[in-house]
Design a protein around this ligand. Structure first.
Ligand SMILES: [Zn+2]
Length: 451
C-alpha cells in the first residue's frame, strides 16, 4: 500500500479513537509517546531542555508538542502549526436526569455552533471525562467511552407536524432531550446516572476503581456510525468531527514523520512545534483555548524573553482548520471567484477584516510550501454579504506576534454530525505540512517590503 492509500485508514483510526477532545488529546499523546516524545508536566521544573521531542497537556484536552533538534538554547526559528481538538455537539448537563412520560432522558447543553437537525434519529453514545475520589481521598480523572448505542433524539412524526418539511425549527431547550431508557426498567428504583458512570468506570478500568465516589463529569454525546469512505471511487470520507480532527491528525502525523529527533529533524536541525487547542468552537477564551496562555507559557519556559522574540519573528505559524467546499446545491452562498473545490488541495483563507490571519506574505510562504510538496492549493474569501467565521489563527497571531497563515481542507456540511470531505485533500495537507516542517530557516524568512 502506498503512503497515499494508507492515509485514509490512518485518519479513520484517529477519528474513531477520538469521540471527544479529551480522547483526541489522549490518543495524540499515545502516538507521540510511541515515537519517543517525552511527556512534560506543567507543574514540574523543565530546566533547560536539550535536544529531543517533548509534549505537554493542559486540561486533558489541549496539547503542545515540539522537537528541539539541538536543544532550546540553539533554537533560531520554529516551524509552528496548530489546530483545534473540539467539535460542536451535545454536552450532558450537571443535573441531567429527567423522568417524565415513562422515559428516562438526559438534559444536554449545546456546545458550539452545532447543526442540530442531523442529531435526530441517530444511534448516540456517551464519552468524556469523569472525576472521582477513592476511599483514601485521592481525586482522579479517567476517560469514559460507552462505545454502544445508548441514546436517541427522536424526530416528531410528520403526522403531528404536517409543516415539518417546510418550516420545522428546533427549540434548543425542549426538542433535543435524548431518551436513555424506559423508566420502569429499574424495578421501582429511581434511575441513578452516577451509578451508571461508576459501573462504566469499573468496566473500563477494573477493580482499582471499586471504591470510587463520583465527583463530576464532562460528557458529550456522539454518533456511533463509524467514519467511512464513500463515492464511486471511494474518494470521500464521511465522519463526525472532520472539523477539526482531520487537521489534528495531519499535524500529528506530519510531526511524527518529520519531528522525531534522531531522524530528519536532528540531522537537519529543524525545530518544530504543534499546538492542539480545545474550545475553539466556543470562542477559545479558556485556559486550554487559543486565547488562553497555554502556548505562550510553554514558549516562556523554553526561551528567554529576548530569544523568544527573535525566534517568533523568524517563525511561521500555520493555523489549520477545515474550509467550506463548494456545495453544488447552494453555489449562490459562495464568493464566485473563491469557492474551494473538493480535490483542489488545501485552502488558504483570507479575510480583509482579519477574521483569518493570512497576509500576502504568509499566504505566499504557504503557496511555496505547496509548490515544493507538489500539491495544489486554492484560496477562500467569504462573500461580503455573509458573516465570516474565524479560527485559532488570528488569536495565536495576536497573542504571540507570529506571522500566521490560515489554511484547511475543503469540506461539506461543517458542524453536522456527519461531515464530508475528499480525503485526498487531507493527504495533500499532510504532504504540505511535512514539507513545511522540513523547511530550512532561510525558507521561513521573508524580506520586509522596500519602499
Ligand atoms: Zn473548525
Amino acid at each position: 500500500m502506498t503512503a497515499m492509500e494508507q492515509y485514509p485508514h490512518d485518519l479513520i483510526r484517529f477519528l474513531s479513537a477520538s469521540p471527544t477532545a479529551f480522547h483526541a488529546t489522549a490518543y495524540t499523546g499515545s502516538l507521540l509517546a510511541n515515537r519517543a516524545f517525552v511527556r512534560l508536566y506543567e507543574q514540574d521544573d523543565w530546566g533547560e531542555l536539550g535536544p529531543g521531542s517533548y509534549y505537554v497537556v493542559r486540561n486533558d484536552s489541549s496539547l503542545v508538542a515540539f522537537t528541539l533538534a539541538n536543544g532550546a538554547a540553539k533554537c533560531r526559528a520554529l516551524r509552528m502549526a496548530g489546530a483545534h481538538t473540539d467539535s460542536p455537539g451535545l454536552k450532558v448537563k450537571p443535573n441531567a436526569v429527567h423522568s417524565t412520560s415513562g422515559l428516562v432522558q438526559l438534559g444536554v447543553e449545546i456546545y458550539g455552533g452545532a447543526l442540530l437537525a442531523p442529531w435526530f434519529d441517530r444511534d448516540l453514545s456517551l464519552a468524556g471525562r469523569v472525576l472521582w475520589r477513592s476511599s483514601e481521598g485521592q481525586v482522579q480523572a479517567h476517560l469514559l467511552d460507552f462505545c454502544r448505542p445508548l441514546l436517541v433524539v427522536p424526530s416528531l412524526a410528520i403526522h403531528l407536524d404536517p409543516e415539518a418539511n417546510k418550516q420545522r425549527s428546533i427549540n434548543r431547550q425542549t426538542d433535543l432531550v435524548p431518551i436513555l431508557a424506559l423508566d420502569n426498567m429499574g424495578h421501582g428504583e429511581a434511575f441513578n446516572f452516577g451509578a451508571l458512570l461508576l459501573e462504566q468506570l469499573g468496566k473500563q478500568y477494573g477493580e482499582h476503581v471499586d471504591d470510587a465516589e463520583l465527583l463530576d463529569f464532562d460528557l458529550f454525546l456522539y454518533d456511533l456510525q463509524p467514519p467511512g469512505l464513500l463515492g464511486l471511487h471511494n474518494e470521500f470520507i464521511c465522519s463526525a468531527r472532520l472539523d477539526n480532527l482531520l487537521s489534528c491528525h495531519a499535524l500529528v502525523q506530519a510531526l511524527c514523520e518529520t519531528g522525531q529527533v534522531g531522524q530528519t529533524a536532528q540531522e537537519k536541525g529543524r525545530d518544530i512545534l504543534v499546538v492542539l487547542n480545545d474550545h475553539e468552537e466556543v470562542g477559545s477564551a479558556s485556559a486550554a483555548g487559543a486565547q488562553g496562555t497555554f502556548l505562550k507559557d510553554v514558549l516562556a519556559r523554553l526561551f528567554s524573553p529576548r530569544q523568544r522574540q527573535q525566534i517568533v519573528s523568524r517563525s511561521l505559524f500555520v493555523s489549520v482548520d477545515n474550509a467550506h467546499a463548494l456545495h453544488p446545491n447552494f453555489s449562490g452562498k459562495y464568493e464566485p471567484e473563491h469557492a474551494p473545490r473538493m480535490h483542489g488541495g488545501p485552502v488558504i483563507k483570507m479575510n480583509a477584516n482579519q477574521r483569518y490571519a493570512s497576509s500576502g506574505v504568509s499566504a505566499a510562504q504557504f503557496m511555496l510550501v505547496c509548490r515544493q510538496a507538489q500539491v495544489p492549493c486554492q484560496k477562500f474569501v467569504m462573500r461580503n454579504d455573509l458573516a465570516c467565521g474565524s479560527t485559532i489563527g488570528p488569536l495565536t497571531a495576536t497573542a504571540l506576534g507570529v506571522a500566521t497563515v490560515d489554511v484547511g481542507v475543503p469540506q461539506l456540511a461543517m458542524h453536522s454530525v456527519r461531515e464530508t470531505a475528499a480525503w485526498r485533500d487531507g493527504y495533500y495537507l499532510l504532504k504540505a505540512l511535512k514539507t513545511f516542517f522540513a523547511a530550512d530557516d532561510e525558507q521561513l524568512a521573508f524580506p520586509s517590503a522596500r519602499a
